[in-house]
Design a protein around this ligand. Structure first.
Ligand code: FE
Length: 141
């Protein structure tokens, strides 16, 4: 099980540890421009972690091509890893996705995803770091 202890830092600490883009997205609930992030088109096998605290959030096994320009997943690695909250900003009724450990804003969850969940976790690249899976003896590729 992942460590559920909350990570709490001051805004100054977050600002020091994160890039300006990561800070804007995760701490100020920003949104990167579609198709601008590093990971929307990433097709490598591996694990997506929270850019703020490193908690495992998503697996490449659940990533799909949504056409949105943001990394899209149909479910988190564990339900406890991603919390949701109602977001009525910008005149829209949306469901916000947050890291359960450090409360980083990740993106939003929409009910138009593929099976088996029918959900689309639309996540900013700037809220994620990617660990490529160890290719082992396969020779890489
Ligand atoms: Fe986090």
């Amino acid at each position: 099980m992942a460590d559920r202890e909350k990570v709490r830092k001051s805004e100054d600490e977050w600002r020091r540890e994160l890039t300006p883009e990561q800070y804007h997205v995760t701490r100020e609930k920003g949104t990167e421009r579609a198709f601008s992030g590093a990971l929307w088109d990433n097709k490598q096998a591996g694990t997506y972690r929270c850019a703020g605290c490193g908690q495992e959030l998503f697996s490449s096994d659940t990533k799909f091509e949504s056409g949105s320009g943001w990394p899209s997943f149909y479910e988190p690695v564990e339900v406890e890893a991603v919390e949701t909250d109602e977001d009525t900003s910008h005149g829209m009724q949306r469901t916000e996705a947050l890291c359960s450990r450090c409360d980083a804003h990740l993106g939003h969850v929409f009910p138009d995803g593929p099976r088996p969940t029918g959900l689309r976790y639309c996540i900013n690249s700037a809220a994620l770091t990617f660990d490529a899976a160890d290719e082992g003896g396969a020779g890489g590729g």
